[in-house]
Design a protein around this ligand. Structure first.
Ligand code: AMP
Ligand code: ZN
Length: 119
């Protein structure tokens, strides 16, 4: 059921401490940790502690938590000192957009020039 931990979900396991991650921030509702395969000098994922398969389903069920995630992305950018140089926040949604982990997560990317449009 959406919102409940999923036994086979990698990011639920990170929330539970069952899979190690380099956690940079944690709140009551969110966890932020470094991406294992960084695509930029700063590449942090901000996730809800509750399980939803993507950002849209999270927004529909728990709009305050998706707001918390965006607020946390700002805190990450400030801590990483990429606010002035610029950074990108991305919710890949669906396999066709490159989503590979089906627990909602916001990518925070920065520390280098970022091309637009993305590939
Ligand atoms: P997406 O492709 O948007 O679903 O993003 C999933 C991201 O999770 C990818 O950028 C992966 O590199 C990252 N990832 C996968 N496994 C781990 C892990 N154990 N710890 C941290 N990041 C991970
Ligand atoms: Zn999950």
């Amino acid at each position: 059921m959406a919102g409940e931990p999923q036994a086979d979900c990698l990011f639920c396991k990170i929330v539970a401490g069952e899979v190690p991650a380099t956690i940079v921030r944690e709140t009551e509702t969110t966890v932020a940790f470094r991406d294992i395969n960084p695509q930029a000098p700063t590449h942090v994922l901000v996730i809800p502690k509750t399980h939803y398969p993507n950002a849209a389903s999270l927004a529909a069920a728990e709009p305050q938590v998706i707001a918390d995630i965006l607020g946390e992305s700002r805190e990450v950018a400030a801590a990483e000192q990429i606010e002035d140089t610029g950074y990108r926040v991305v919710f890949n949604t669906g396999a066709g957009a490159g989503q590979t982990v089906f627990h909602a997560h916001l990518h925070v990317l920065g520390g280098r020039g970022l091309q637009w449009p993305p590939g």
